[in-house]
Ligand binder design. Structure first.
Ligand code: G3H
Length: 535
């Protein structure tokens, strides 16, 4: 099919998936929805509409491009709400903070349709995956609340060691800057924002580069569920607004999911590096290793979803396949067939797999990587590589060799580089010399061979998946990476730890001190020293 024909005419878009232009002027600072009348940024959808022979990317709205002054006002609001750790929010009991988040999550559920539709239009994610992203985020918040209850229960007791009586709890750091990625603009922003908040920090969040409008339906909820200044949203050009925040030295934690290059630029702007805590989710080039005894149907199925779900735009995607020489031809035949069978379409099309790409100039950039490989002797072995505006038909590239850009660089798109290998050692060397270290997948049946690879790879990456694709979930599992892939660990419970620090109130267990502590407990004088148990 001609790729152009895949884009719809306006009349083809069902009313329930149509988008109404939103010119957002609002942003949230210091508990107020403020109106911005300055410069704005046009939100251009990756979805093109066809008019005769013409294709046009749809402009679906605009968002504020605030400046340094507004950024510093948001910072001021967050710092005031923290108030040297004595603000209303950090001083609230855990139970009260949980109640605020619970109120938020109930309200958020009423915004599902609106947010899911914006996910489709802003980042081209399929309807099914957009629903999944929303529902997974809700589940993450609910699980976070449960995990915090459990953490708090454990901290609600005293320990007496060597004549010292102590209570150990986790305390917030201060003001957190949260920045999420475009591929999971809701989920990955919230997997840092919610834990940061619920632990008692105050937050400034900047929506991802794409997937901006979808935060609009939540602004009033943030305003109504949390004390003023606790949540502040900033819309604008990162280069203009993030620098001043960091240079102020008042950001205590940077939670950033995106490229290592950007993370480094942001981090370096902070004048007190030892004071800044960083939680980073960065680039990855997760390899799949397909051994000659692998169950080919399993390997093909997992490699297809692993490398191409959401067009390969997942940090956990399989970004390079190492296939044993003895089975590479058979694998390529079946894999190419499966890739060619993937349906290209609009996000709302039934059973769609490959959808338009949101990043400006992305299809040309993908083409340049493929051209580099072709010039160095590789071929497109399936019926892929065709481009039409924002659509890129998935390309399987073989044989990929170390001199090609695709061998090391993260493509973050629908290209699957395949490398032929003979010795397992080659893969271990690849992983060891890679600048990334997130995950790997191993496909095979021989317990000795699989074990050897697992044992070697666990010291290079942070998750080795056996006979399945790489993935972050279930969200209770630790999600992290080595080298340029991550800093800090996220999971439902690890995130609570990442945004807080263990703190102790301790006293020599003298009669006088015991009496003092007894009185504090009896009169409920302290929110830290108490034995309240959340039921
Ligand atoms: O982009 C990175 C995401 O955290 C990946 O999550 O493996 O569940 O798609 P996922």
């Amino acid at each position: 099919m001609n790729l152009k024909q895949i884009f719809p005419e306006r009349k083809d878009i069902a009313a329930n998936y149509a988008v109404k232009r939103v010119d957002q002027k609002e942003y949230l600072v210091n508990g107020e929805i403020r109106i911005w009348n300055g410069q704005t940024h046009e939100i251009v959808s990756p979805i093109c509409v066809r008019d005769g022979d013409k294709l046009e990317r749809q402009v679906i709205g605009s968002t504020p491009l605030v400046g340094e002054k507004e950024a510093l006002e948001a910072l001021d609001a967050a710092v005031k709400a923290w108030d040297l750790g004595r603000g209303e929010w950090p001083a609230k009991s855990v139970e009260d903070r949980i109640a605020c988040v619970q109120k938020f999550v109930v309200g958020m559920q009423t915004k599902r349709d609106e947010i899911v539709n914006l996910l489709m239009w802003e980042i081209g994610k399929s309807y099914k995956d957009s629903c999944k992203e929303f529902d997974r985020t809700i589940q993450y918040i609910v699980e976070t609340i449960d995990a915090l209850k459990e953490l708090d229960r454990v901290s609600s007791r005293f320990q007496i060691v060597d004549g010292i009586v102590a209570q150990i709890r986790r305390s917030p750091y201060g003001t957190v800057l949260c920045m999420g990625p475009f591929n999971y603009p809701l989920n990955e922003t919230f997997t840092t924002l919610i834990p940061a908040l619920i632990m008692g920090n105050t937050v400034i969040f900047k929506p991802a580069k794409y997937g901006v409008l979808l935060n609009r339906p939540l602004l009033e909820l943030f305003r109504d569920c949390f004390p003023k200044g606790v949540v502040n949203s900033l819309y604008g050009d990162g280069k203009v607004i993030i620098g001043p925040l960091m240079k102020s030295g008042k950001i205590d934690v940077l939670a950033f999911i995106g490229s290592a290059k950007t993370a480094n630029i942001i981090e370096k702007q902070h004048p007190y590096p030892n004071r800044l805590r960083t939680i980073l989710g960065l680039n990855a080039k997760n390899p799949a290793i397909i051994l000659e005894d692998a169950d080919l149907s399993v390997a093909v199925k997992e490699a297809v979803t692993g490398s191409l779900s959401y067009n390969g735009q997942r940090c956990t995607a399989l970004k390079i396949l190492f296939v044993h020489r003895k089975i590479v031809d058979r694998f390529l035949e079946e894999f190419s067939k499966a890739v060619d069978a993937l349906k290209l379409g609009m996000p709302w099309d039934e059973d769609v797999s490959i959808t338009p790409l949101p990043e400006e100039g992305k299809t040309e950039w993908l083409k340049s990587m493929v051209d580099d490989a072709l010039a160095k002797g590789a071929k497109i072995v399936n019926k892929g590589g065709e481009i039409c505006e924002t659509l890129y038909k998935p390309a399987v590239i073989y044989p990929v060799t170390p001199d090609m850009v695709l061998y090391n660089e993260e493509q973050f798109g629908p290209i699957v580089p395949v490398v032929q290998f003979d010795r397992d050692e080659e893969i271990i060397e690849y992983a060891a010399h890679s600048t990334y270290g997130q995950q790997a997948s191993v496909f095979g049946k021989d317990p000795i061979r699989v074990s050897r690879l697992v044992d070697a790879l666990v010291n290079q990456v942070c998750r080795v998946n056996i006979n399945c694709q790489c993935q972050r979930g279930p969200d209770v599992f630790p999600f992290t990476g080595r080298k340029d892939s991550a800093e800090g660990t996220l999971s439902v419970s690890d995130a609570l730890r990442a945004f807080s620090i263990r703190t102790i109130a301790a006293a020599k267990a003298t009669d006088q001190n015991k009496e003092l502590i007894r009185n504090i407990l009896k009169n409920r004088n302290s929110s830290f020293i108490n034995t309240d148990f959340i039921l």
